[in-house]
Design a binder for this molecule. Structure first.
Ligand SMILES: [Zn+2]
Length: 218
């Protein structure tokens, strides 16, 4: 007997109401041709930041010469992933705080899942850009790399703080060859282990690429 595997769409809807990072290019779209106007097809065109909605950052985002969007490793974006609820955290998330949110041994769980998705409860999915959100401490990010993490995903707009200028968590994780997903919608996903599927669009040489992110029960 086969079991129906549940899919969770953890992508933010993209339209002109999708909140962009303050100062970034807002998403907009228009019709180039329409059937209503006598054209044979409806065709639209869009303008957007590469960081629109749910997306993968490329290392190029924080460092000239680092890999761009087309060089993101596909295998990091599919496979086992662990969702951890840190929504009661404020400010920096230490390794101890994270360990307190994960049943069992954190190193063993992260090493097995390799992909960690943090539910901070500060997502643009609610229709507005959050004022602030909790972030991993640099020490915690370094420890996670040591545990074998290959991808960090967050439901907030950045893995670093909103007012961060030097983006230490971006730098730390990219230096350790880990990948990043931002602006996930984890509101309906209970903490636990899943299979993640979230491939970045094959855009050449950009600093980020939108993804359609999905979790599947395992
Ligand atoms: Zn980004």
């Amino acid at each position: 007997m086969t079991r129906e595997l549940r899919l969770y769409d953890i992508s933010v809807t993209v339209n002109r109401d999708t909140p962009e990072w303050p100062g970034d290019t807002a998403f907009s779209s228009d019709w180039s041709t329409t059937i209503a106007a006598g054209d044979s097809v409806n065709v639209s065109a869009m303008t957007s930041s590469a960081h629109v909605g749910t997306h993968a950052d490329a290392p190029l985002h924080v460092h000239d010469g680092w890999p761009g969007s087309h060089e993101l490793p596909l295998d990091a974006f599919c496979g086992r992933a662990m969702v951890v609820d840190v929504s009661d955290s404020d400010g920096e998330i230490s390794l101890d705080v994270l360990a307190g949110r994960v049943p069992g041994d954190l190193q063993e769980r992260v090493g097995r899942a390799q992909r960690l998705l943090l539910k901070t409860g500060h997502s643009i999915a609610v229709g507005r850009f959050p004022e602030k959100w909790p972030t991993l401490s640099e020490k915690c990010a370094r420890a996670l790399l040591g545990f074998g993490v290959r991808l960090l995903g967050v439901d907030c707009p950045s893995v670093d703080a909103r007012d961060s200028r030097n983006l230490p968590v971006h730098h730390m994780l990219f230096s350790g060859n880990a990948c990043l997903l931002e602006n996930l919608d984890l509101r309906r996903v209970p903490p636990g282990d899943y299979e993640l599927l979230a491939f970045p669009l094959k855009l050449m040489g950009m600093d980020a690429a939108p993804v359609r992110a999905v979790l599947r029960d395992i």
